[in-house]
Design a binder for this molecule. Structure first.
Ligand code: TXA
Ligand code: MG
Length: 317
């Protein structure tokens, strides 16, 4: 079984693997990542193979401290510094001009690179011990639900990775917010762990991607992303009269409901808690062999924006 506790010895072993060009699954505060040395194109290619991910879908580069951004991106200005001071370490990914040392396989041929500093001790330890930034997408097969536990990685990619570092359940549970910064302003490429309203306190109003026709579309926006095998249907008001269905509930329902076929994201409707439970609940429901997962819509504010984004994509499969 390739799941390893995050001991000194195992982290050293994982870092040695990264230096040799292996791929390693590791925890972050958002979801588990599948990492390789971002400066080693052959190692990065293994990530695409393991995930069966198309080469046109670029990867996020993970760094261990804010200063390391200078290694990854040639760009800097006071707004970028303000954003990293406020939100790093944390679930904000910035898309910036890449530096020449980042190979094009990481960026799918783009001159921009996505970069973030995770807010997770084990991730930071691994990057530091590896002595290189780590290119890492979420550690799931392309198109499937993101992993928020080591077991999710083992279930779907166990044959593809030698080492999965176990950091328990991911605290945020939903991927990072992706913000592109260019001379044309700010564009939100993916809602995520940091609510867009919080970023706008620094940037002012942010454009959403569809308003900027010539920026590369972020394949995270492909409609079939984040999908369980079971079909998903989103409803505003849930009735429990479909016998073969199971239910993803935003909060505790008032009346009776089929408990053995339901997952509750947050008993009292806290959106941050709901986001953190989204993927693990969907993983559990996907194992029940129901005809359909009926998901209760959540309010679209704060973390609710990212939750609805993932549910809509999952429901379009
Ligand atoms: O929370 C997260 O962001 C997790 C953890 C592991 O850090 N990572 C993650 O990676 O969700 P991934 O590969 O599943 O999603 C990254 C998204 C992709 O949709 C990709 O298209 C977009 O980031 N992306 C990467 N580089 C880009 C670039 N240069 N321009 C536009 N989009 C980019
Ligand atoms: Mg992903």
């Amino acid at each position: 079984m390739p799941i390893y506790a995050p001991t000194d010895e195992n982290l050293e072993r994982a870092a040695a693997g990264i230096k040799r060009g292996d791929i390693i699954a590791f925890p972050t505060e958002t979801v588990y990542g599948l990492g390789a040395d971002a400066l080693n194109p052959a190692a990065v290619a293994k990530i695409f193979e393991a995930k069966r991910r198309p080469f046109f879908d670029p990867l996020i580069v993970h760094i261990a401290d804010k200063e390391q951004l200078q290694q990854v991106s040639s760009e800097t200005n006071s707004k970028i510094i303000e954003l990293t001071e406020r939100f790093w370490p944390g679930p904000l990914t910035l898309v910036l001009q890449k530096s020449h040392i980042i190979p094009y396989i990481v960026t799918s041929g783009l001159d921009t690179v996505a970069c973030r500093m995770p807010d997770h001790k084990i991730a930071i330890e691994l990057i530091e011990r590896s002595g290189t930034p780590l290119a890492a997408p979420s550690a799931n097969p392309f198109g499937y639900l993101s992993p928020t536990k080591a077991e999710h990685v083992l279930d779907r990619l166990g044959d593809e990775v030698d080492i999965i570092i176990d950091g328990g359940e991911c605290r945020v549970g939903i991927e990072s917010t992706i913000l592109m910064i260019s001379d044309r302003g700010y564009a939100l490429l993916r809602p995520g762990g940091i609510p867009v309203e919080a970023i706008e306190e620094i940037t002012g109003k942010i454009m959403i991607n569809r308003n900027m026709t010539d920026i590369p579309s972020s394949p995270g926006q492909l409609p079939y992303h984040y999908s369980p095998e079971t079909k998903i249907r989103i409803e505003d008001k849930i009735r429990f009269d479909e016998e073969e269905a199971c239910f993803l509930l935003y909060r505790s329902p008032e009346g009776d409901y089929p408990k053995e076929r339901a997952e509750i994201l947050s008993e009292n409707g806290d959106l941050t808690e709901a986001a953190s439970n989204l993927f693990s609940s969907l993983h559990r429901l996907d194992k029940m062999n129901c005809s359909v997962i009926i998901a209760e819509a959540v309010p679209e504010k704060g973390p609710g924006i990212a939750i609805m984004d993932r549910l809509r994509k999952a429901s379009k499969k």
